[in-house]
Design a protein around this ligand. Structure first.
Ligand code: SAH
Length: 512
């Protein structure tokens, strides 16, 4: 068995978009990922097939010791696994990446270093503070604050040990902008020493906590003379980057990440896993914190497409095909293409869709909908379907066990609807416990629903736990709203006027 490779990957400071392309690719190729607290958990998605090992601090326990981490990396690589060592920020900026690399090399293991975006620069940037600026600073220095807890968490050796030997005269003048990492606990010493070595008590100071983490980032601004008291009064805690220098004043003009109606809002996204990512990205772009709660997973239907394939075999015998969801569209076309046909098989057949999102999904296959009702419900689609409907053959590829109203109304209009399962929604309870916990501790602002089934599954996942009154309910459209009102006992606070994800987002921004 050949020895694996250890890849030290910079995870970036938090925002999952700040990992490098190379870092993401290395995660995808890894057999095992070893990560800690400052690496965003969403990054683990890049490594779906890898074993994940957390070595950071747990709620009531200490982090794994650096020696143990070193040994773990070597042991796995020697066993033939490719090991991704995911480290917050950049692995060589106070990350003890150098020690890990040295340790594995001594054991004959190859390593690769993938640098990352360091919190030293990115956390201030997300607070609207550039580390250099033509008018305010032409240099910056990144300095350890020797904060015990965090240095242990990131594997710090002998935290504070060198304290007595620190050359504060040099540190105080190391750059126009001083950036302290691991400095919160030691702030009093740092500020006292900087003032003793020539920095004015009026020098602006900012602490940026959980920088780039949507929903978590907090910034405190003060002065060298006042910051210790301000931090104490605010109960401000690590992890934070402390910025000392005139550049801090630029925040007033350059603040961006923590602005806007959705900034910092914690939003549960209850879509199917396969559909969630677009909406999650939209929320992140508004600086909200998406809490992904994939309640349903989409799989093939239990008849393994038998009914759908048969219908596709004689598509020309239908007058209409109706789509009531985007996945129905994509699965229909997947089967159509698998049968060796293309969109021409739909020529002469009219196509109806329930709403704009389904229409957009259809458009992606180059097909324009012939009909879409004003209200985005299956019932409206069936009731308002135009033309000679009596006797018309209508194909409805849709979720297994889709709503009954649609078929009933079409039958009442003397049409001949044919239902064919295009996919199945199965309950995916993963993350339920986490969401119940967050609801209980009050760390959720909004829960979003994009279909009746997401409401149903959400209520089931609550297992009787109440939805706190201050959590706002947001729904994409009227059917979803009706189900929410019925099952959650109150009407939604936020209802999209346009029944698409964009519409839902706009509604959230208006009312959040
Ligand atoms: N290698 C990391 C630093 C590890 S030392 C990097 O390049 O960013 C750990 C310290 O980094 C913390 O104590 C804190 O000072 C800082 N830090 C890391 N991530 C941070 C974040 N998202 N926001 C603020 N500070 C952060």
């Amino acid at each position: 068995m050949s020895t694996g490779i250890v890849t030290l990957i910079g995870a970036g400071p938090g925002d999952p978009n700040l990992i490098t392309v190379g870092g993401a690719a290395a995660l995808a190729a890894a057999d095992v990922v070893v990560y800690d607290r400052l690496a965003h958990p969403a990054l683990l998605r890049h490594a779906p097939r890898a074993e994940k090992i957390y070595v950071g601090k747990k709620a009531d326990q200490h982090a794994m010791k650096q020696d143990e981490i070193n040994a773990l990396l070597a042991e796995r690589a020697l066993a033939g696994q490719n090991v991704a060592r995911l480290k917050g920020g950049d692995p060589f900026v106070f990350g003890r990446g150098g020690e890990e690399a040295e340790y594995v090399r001594e054991r004959g293991i190859e390593f690769v270093i993938i640098p990352g975006v360091t919190s030293a620069i990115a956390a201030p940037a997300y607070a609207g503070i550039p580390v250099t600026h033509r008018d305010a600073a032409s240099s910056f220095a990144v300095i350890t604050g020797h904060e015990r807890d965090d240095s242990r968490e990131s594997g710090g050796r002998a935290a504070g040990q060198a304290e007595g030997r620190r050359r504060w005269d040099k540190i105080a003048n190391a750059g126009d902008t001083l950036l302290f990492l691991m400095g919160v606990e030691n702030l009093e010493e740092i500020t006292t020493q900087l003032m003793a070595h020539g920095r004015s008590a009026e020098t602006p100071v900012a602490l940026v906590r959980w920088g780039t983490w949507a929903g978590h980032q907090k910034t405190l601004t003060s002065t060298l003379g006042g910051v210790v008291e301000a931090v104490r009064a605010a109960g401000f805690k690590a992890p934070a980057v402390t910025v000392v220098g005139e550049v801090v004043n630029l925040r007033e003009r350059l603040r961006w990440f923590d602005r806007g109606a959705l900034a910092g809002k914690r939003v549960i996204v209850t879509r199917a896993r396969e559909q969630a990512s677009g909406f999650v990205e939209m929320l992140r772009a508004r600086y909200a914190e998406p809490i992904e709660f994939p309640l349903i997973r989409i799989t093939s239907p239990s008849d393994n497409y038998a009914a759908l394939d048969t219908a596709i075999g004689h598509l020309q015998s239908y007058q209409w095909v109706l789509f009531t969801s985007a996945p129905a569209v994509s699965h229909f076309f997947a089967r159509l293409f698998a049968a060796g046909k293309d969109t021409r098989a739909l020529s002469g057949v009219k196509v109806g869709v329930v709403g704009p999102a389904t229409a957009a999904a259809l458009k992606e296959f180059g097909v324009a909908a012939d009909f879409r009702p004003e209200a985005a419900t299956g019932a409206a689609l069936a009731e308002e379907l135009p033309g000679e409907i009596a006797g018309a053959r209508i194909l409805i590829p849709r979720a297994q066990e889709g709503e009954a109203a649609l078929l009933q109304i079409l039958t009442d209009r003397w049409a001949k609807p044919d239902e064919a399962a295009a996919y199945e929604n199965v309950v995916d309870g993963e993350g339920a416990e986490e969401v119940r916990k967050r609801l209980a501790e009050g760390s959720v602002d909004i829960v979003t629903f994009t279909s009746s089934s997401t409401v149903k599954n959400f209520v089931a996942a609550l297992e009787g736990a109440p939805l706190p009154a201050d959590v706002k309910i947001a729904c994409i459209g009227p059917s979803t709203a009706a189900t929410a009102t019925e099952l959650l006992g109150r009407a939604p606070d936020i209802l999209a006027t346009e029944h698409t994800l964009d519409g839902l987002l706009t509604a959230l921004e208006n009312l959040a």
